[in-house]
Design a protein around this ligand. Structure first.
Ligand SMILES: [Ca+2]
Length: 176
């Protein structure tokens, strides 16, 4: 069928096709899900929010003009940004890229804790010093190999007294 010269050519072309095809197939297999969620989303957006004890605060620097805030002393308080629940159809590795909008002088919590839902428990994505955070979008990411579903982003206060924890918009991207 092949003489030596043609066989070499054939093998070389197979290798070059494989080299091109492998990175493309990795990209094609990864799924990405992204959601930008602000306070009090409309029901038509498919998102919702809930909290225990956070209060309304407004200000032109906030995303869409307002946010929510709470004293930082109790770390069991929470604010949830909820999106439509996604079942991953099994256990998967998920990388979470989280952007958090912070732009109000009263947000002073030195270690606000951000997490995402994971199998009925949670994965801590990271901590942000809201007192020194950049005015605007702040970025955290984390990865874990035992996700079965995606549902919400949560912030909880540090527990530090005499500070306040803010909750404005978040933009979450999951890759799995
Ligand atoms: Ca807002």
């Amino acid at each position: 069928m092949f003489n030596k010269k043609n066989l070499k050519k054939f093998i070389a072309s197979c290798i070059s096709i494989a080299t091109i095809a492998i990175p493309m197939s990795i990209t094609a297999n990864a799924s990405t899900y992204s959601r930008l969620i602000d306070n009090d989303p409309t029901s038509s957006s498919g998102n919702s929010s809930s909290s225990n004890g956070f209060s309304y605060i407004n200000g032109g620097s906030c995303y869409n003009g307002d946010a929510r805030i709470i004293l930082s002393g109790n770390s069991s308080n929470f604010y949830h940004w909820i999106h439509p629940k996604i079942s991953l159809g099994g256990v998967k590795t998920v990388t979470v890229n989280l952007q958090v909008y912070l732009n109000h002088a009263n947000f002073t919590d030195p270690r606000a804790s951000y997490s995402v839902y994971k199998n009925g428990a949670s994965l801590t994505v990271g901590y942000i010093n809201q007192n020194t955070a950049a005015g605007g979008w702040n970025y955290k990411y984390a990865s874990s190999n035992d996700f079965t579903g995606l549902w919400l982003v949560s912030v909880s206060p540090s527990g530090q007294p005499n500070c306040q924890t803010g909750a404005d918009a978040v933009n979450v991207t999951y890759t799995y």
